[in-house]
Each structure stands twice: as structure tokens, then as C-alpha cells.
Ligand binder design. Sequence first.
Ligand SMILES: N[C@@H](CCC(=O)N[C@@H](CS)C(=O)NCC(=O)O)C(=O)O
Length: 213
Amino acid sequence: MKLYHYVHCPFCVRVRMALGLLNLKYESIVLPYDDESTPVQLMGVKMLPIFDFGDSRVSNESLDIIKILDTDNLLRCDLLTEEKLEELNSLLSEIGSNVHSLCMPYWMWTPEFNDQSRKYFQDKKESKRGPFSKLIQNKETFLNGLSTTLSSLEKELLPFYQSEKITILDIMIASHLWGMYIFPEFQFSQKLDTYLQEVRRLTKFNYHEDFWR
Ligand SMILES: N[C@@H](CCC(=O)N[C@@H](CS)C(=O)NCC(=O)O)C(=O)O
């Protein structure tokens, strides 16, 4: 089995975490961010993660990949009713709106980037969000927005999201928050840090495993 991914991508981290929790071995392929032809050849569109199941099935939808791999329903993907998925997607887009603006200027140093692909990424993202330098100058606005979201999130941790056991919902949340560990001097609250580190432990997640190969 092969996972084509970007280290910085939260949806790719989602699949890496699930693979780790399920103890599944796979080949990790970090694609250069400006490689359009590989994803287009595999799936018809430049979007990662792409998972090759090794039996002629290939998917580029993180949740579909996880549902297929989790044959024993260890991650309780059945919790993802239409209503719950809407709740989660709304939480993730609230998290993402601040985390992405804060982290993109730092994400572009992960292994999928060289000078050329970094420029490709920066041009693409700046056309939507404005100059990275401005994002960092305005970091307090994004940090304040994130802090409000995180305070409400904390109330849902029992110690996992609305649950005593880890589920797919925690993988969705943790993968979206993980980028903040690389934002300079950012610190999660004690409760959130304990939560995220427990998700890391259970999923055997190592953010940096594809650096310096
Ligand atoms: N359908 C996807 C969404 C994945 C997604 O949005 N991937 C982003 C990276 S975070 C992507 O590849 N976007 C195209 C690009 O960055 O060029 C999933 O949940 O797996």
C-alpha cells in the first residue's frame, strides 16, 4: 500500500494518524508540491492524499480511505452521520480559517518544497489570503480567533471529543490542529496539549518522519 502525501496537509495527516492507529504498514511518498502530473495521472485532479490500496483501488478522499482501511471499525466511522459530519466540518473550517493563515508561511519548509515549489505554493495561497508577511503581521487576530474556538473545543473533551475513547472525530480534529505545534512559540493549553499528545501516542504519529530521509 502506498500513501502519496504532503507533510503539511491536515487531510494527509488524518490518513497517517489512522494508518498508525490501525498498525498498517505502507510506503510513504511525499510528492513535491508542484508535481501536478502524478496526482492527475492517478486520480484526475491535483489533490492529496492519494492512497493506493495495492489491489487496484485508489482513493483521494481521506475519510473514504480510512473507512475502507478500518475493517474492524476501531475508529467508529459509523459516528459520522450527516449531522455529525456537518458539526465536525464546521469546527474544522473554523479551526482552519485561523490555523492555515498562521501556519502556511511555516508549512512551506516541509519536505514537499524546494525553491521552485515553495514559490508555486506561495503564489497560489497568497492569491487567496494575501501576502504571507501580512498574515504574520496580523497574527494576533488569528491567534485570538483560534483561542475562542479552542476554549469551546476543550469543553467537549471527555478526554476525547465527546467520548471516553479515541474515535475518527479526534483524528479529524488533531490533524487540523497539529500545524500549530510548528508555529513559533505557540502553546496549547495543558488540557489540549495532553489531548493531542494522547492522540499522537495512540496513532504513533511522527510529524517529522519524512524530514531528512
Ligand atoms: N478530499 C480531500 C481534501 C484534501 C485536500 O484538500 N488536500 C489539499 C491539501 S491540504 C490539496 O491537495 N489541495 C490542492 C493543492 O494544494 O494543490 C480529503 O479529505 O482527502
